[in-house]
Design a protein around this ligand. Structure first.
Ligand code: DLL
Length: 447
């Protein structure tokens, strides 16, 4: 067996970064959560005017929370609360205690600014180390970090986590894909951190460079920051010769590492319950939903100092499960996030997420997994055009492209139940992702 093949198998599958807390029995986890929740509510009420006003208006005081169930009496927090209090109005720490700011790109209006104390950064690094270990990284591994560095939380979040775990981090960020492939090879990366769409781009560029990425030591992919499907996971496993693991997070709550799958089960992301409280609510009625039911994920931070978040409505649609996991971790599992409720398209009365379209496209013969969706008008209704790309070994005569488009249209209709237009393009004609892929382009007329 050569060295590469040996490294591919990994070592010490039982390794846990913080075994005691990751396997904490439910009653102990619950009492830890109540204690930390009381601390968080009190901190928010004492230090953030926004929370004080909201709690007062709802007629609740932090000391009224005695059990986790009492949280339902407290008001929700939404993204516009952060925008309305731009830039620092939601912070619970004085400026002198801050050590980092991150911000969202703010495509609509002002960016969302989030702040961290040194304590927050320490917790974040620990949770990212925990996530990476769950995903199969081990001390000494080379971690190729292709998440973007900068105001986006992906790059620095993964960077600090990898270092905390004792890995050797390559802070390459996104872009320059040919060089990424060469360095993955030369530095013998064991884990690739990237958005799933960028990982696909890396796989494709490696193939074009004639580098067999499957034969490289890289054995784990830590992919997140955007919705992706099981079909895409199978595609990434196959093309990169890795085990692709899903990681979830959002800036408002911390960044990456709020939840992560274990590589043992790959069946839902362990939400780190010693630092966050997870609820699912009905986005219409705002009522809490039961374990297993699908709705909007709501998160409350339990240890954040600079930016405590009380019942933050993520807009992400998912469900929670609490069945024991084969890995032995006791923390609740968040099922794959299909998309945000604001990404949901309603096409001729059918609710569609871009990731559902992806699941149909990935794996169809003669088709590359790249796609984009154009939204337009069809009279009073919304219309969807899906642009796909054929593979290099497929005929590109206009008849064949039209036939391919008809075939894809048929699959989308039969699997998602929605009628749409499909345009099949020549190889390489669709944009390639360098970070978060932009799947939907909205050309609908504004009312
Ligand atoms: O995307 C943090 C992150 C970086 C997560 C790297 C994972 C890896 P934001 O830019 O604030 O933060 O975007 C957060 O991205 O509310 C989801 O809608 C989406 N998202 C993040 N991870 C996943 C995932 C980072 N694994 C928003 N599956 C979230 C589906 C995801 N959607």
């Amino acid at each position: 067996m050569n060295a590469h093949a040996h490294r591919k198998t990994g070592s010490d599958p039982e390794f846990m970064f913080e075994r005691a807390v990751e396997t904490l029995p439910r009653p102990a986890l619950r009492s830890l959560q109540v204690e930390r929740l009381q601390w968080t509510l009190d901190r928010a009420y004492q230090n953030v005017l926004h929370y004080r006003h909201k709690f007062d208006a709802a007629g609740v005081k932090p000391n009224q929370l005695k059990t986790l169930d009492d949280l339902k009496h407290f008001p929700f927090t939404v993204k516009t609360d952060l925008r309305d209090n731009y830039p620092f109005g939601m912070f619970a720490s004085p400026h002198s205690d801050l050590c980092r700011l991150h911000a969202s790109s703010g495509t609509t209006g002002k960016p969302t600014v989030v702040g961290y104390t040194q304590g927050d950064i320490d917790h974040w690094a620990g949770l990212m180390a925990r996530s990476m270990a769950a995903a199969g990284a081990r001390p000494g591994d080379v971690v190729h970090n292709a998440y973007g560095y900068g105001l986006f939380t992906g790059g620095l979040g993964a960077h600090y986590g990898a270092e905390r775990l004792g890995c050797i981090v390559v802070p390459i960020s996104g872009g320059g894909t040919e060089r990424q492939v060469v360095l993955m090879q030369d530095f013998a990366a064991g884990m690739l951190c990237a958005t799933p769409s960028y990982a696909l781009n890396i796989a494709e560029v490696a193939e074009a460079q004639g580098i067999d990425i499957k034969a490289l030591p890289v054995r784990r992919g830590l992919f997140g920051a955007e919705p992706w499907s099981e079909a895409m996971r199978a595609e990434l496993d196959r093309r990169l010769g890795i085990t692709a693991v899903d990681i979830y997070g959002l800036s408002e709550i911390m960044g990456p590492g709020v939840a992560c799958e274990c590589d043992t089960a790959r069946a839902g992301l362990h939400g780190w319950e010693d630092h966050f409280l997870f609820e699912i609510i009905d986005p219409e009625t705002l009522e809490p939903m039961a374990m297993g039911e699908t709705g909007e994920l709501v998160i409350t931070t339990l240890t954040k100092e600079a930016l405590p978040m009380v019942r933050y409505r993520t807009r992400d649609i998912t469900r929670l499960t609490d069945e024991p996991c084969v890995c032995g971790r006791s923390h609740v599992r968040i099922q794959r996030v299909t998309g945000r409720d604001d990404d949901m398209m309603i096409i001729r009365g059918v609710n569609v997420y871009p990731s559902q379209v992806e699941a149909v496209l990935v794996g169809l013969s003669g088709l590359s997994p790249h796609y984009q969706i154009m939204l337009g008008n069809d009279g009073a209704m919304d219309a969807m055009t899906v642009e796909v790309e054929v593979t290099a070994d497929t005929s590109c005569s206009s008849d064949d492209l039209a036939a391919k488009a008809r075939e894809v249209r048929h699959h989308i209709k039969s699997m998602i139940g929605v009628s749409c237009q499909v345009v099949a393009k020549h190889p390489g004609k669709l944009p390639r992702s360098q970070g978060k892929a932009v799947r939907v382009h909205d050309h609908r007329k504004k009312p």
